[in-house]
Write a protein that binds this ligand. Sequence first.
Ligand SMILES: [Ca+2]
Ligand SMILES: [Ca+2]
Ligand SMILES: [Ca+2]
Ligand SMILES: [Ca+2]
Length: 367
Amino acid sequence: MWPLTSAIILKRSLVPVGFRMRLLRPCWHCFLSSRSSVAVLCCLLCIQLPQIGRAAGTILSTGFESPYTLGPLQGQFGWVTAGSGASTAVVQNSIANSGAQAVTVTKAAEANSDRRWAVPESGYPTQRFVIVDWDMRVAQSTITTGFGPFFGFDTYDATTAPYVLGSLGVDATTGDVLYQFQDTGVLTESGSKANFNQWYHYRLVMDFSTDTYTAYFNGAQVANTGFVDRAFNLNHFTDADIATFAAGDDPVSQSVSSSAVFDNVMIRDGLLGDYDIDGDVDSSDYTRWRQTYGTAISPAGNNADGNRNGIVDAADYVLWRRAQGSSIATGASYLAGAIPEPTSVMGVATFAFALAFWRGHRHRLRA
Ligand SMILES: [Ca+2]
Ligand SMILES: [Ca+2]
Ligand SMILES: [Ca+2]
Ligand SMILES: [Ca+2]
């Protein structure tokens, strides 16, 4: 649907057979060979059942301001990390998009240093959409051949294995805004480029109704494709990861270093006030509220019970009115309901488990 440049590498038919096989063969075959992993899997299945019926709301919202302290991101407010090598994510106060602090992610100058950071979640989505927003500023790498590293976000349904929902980020060598194509997972050029050392706003919208995701770059839609691992019937959102990884398969790409600054991370479970769950807050949501005014809602938070008190009441109208005009497509958003800083520490073991068996990104191909 969107024009793609000649350098695009998404066509499955163009992928060498051997390489495609490698791309499609996930690491979880080793996961299946481990009895202890199977035991953990059973636990995951028990604890990650969806809790349908809650109203839209913020899952995580942070600008990494105080009480975040300067230093490693992991260990603060539920953030954990997984991967190998010496790549880092550090809360610092020298470069920020807003406020005084942000997180600088540095890919180490060595092979096998792919790394991710996330606050694991469970019980989502309760709505049709999960929306991930962030601001990011990428520094250019110094290599003249090869690609990357990649900086951006990956989203997962790690309920049974770490399956990728969607992915959006930037190649630090070329500035290409990249996403992962459905099924193959190949990093694909969106056709947009980011200037280096300049802030942009990024958004991923996962649609669990259609098993597709849409990527936005500074408010403009740049990609729309199926869930990367959609063949595995993905119905959960478990983590959105700040990610850095090698973007190419060659030795230069594997060991190139660069950095990016992340700020204003927000993960939402639908839109507040979107009572008909169609991705915007408009008059039809008001109609839904008016038609059900006074109705007891069980479980609380369903339908037009935006404030989750079990009845459609005036407070839900106020929520709708304040959110009016919000849309996952235009980039407009209503952030008043945001939770100031995350406190979740749930699922740390789950996350570590998931990424220990992470299937790996699939590299860009040489043009
Ligand atoms: Ca900040
Ligand atoms: Ca709506
Ligand atoms: Ca609508
Ligand atoms: Ca209510």
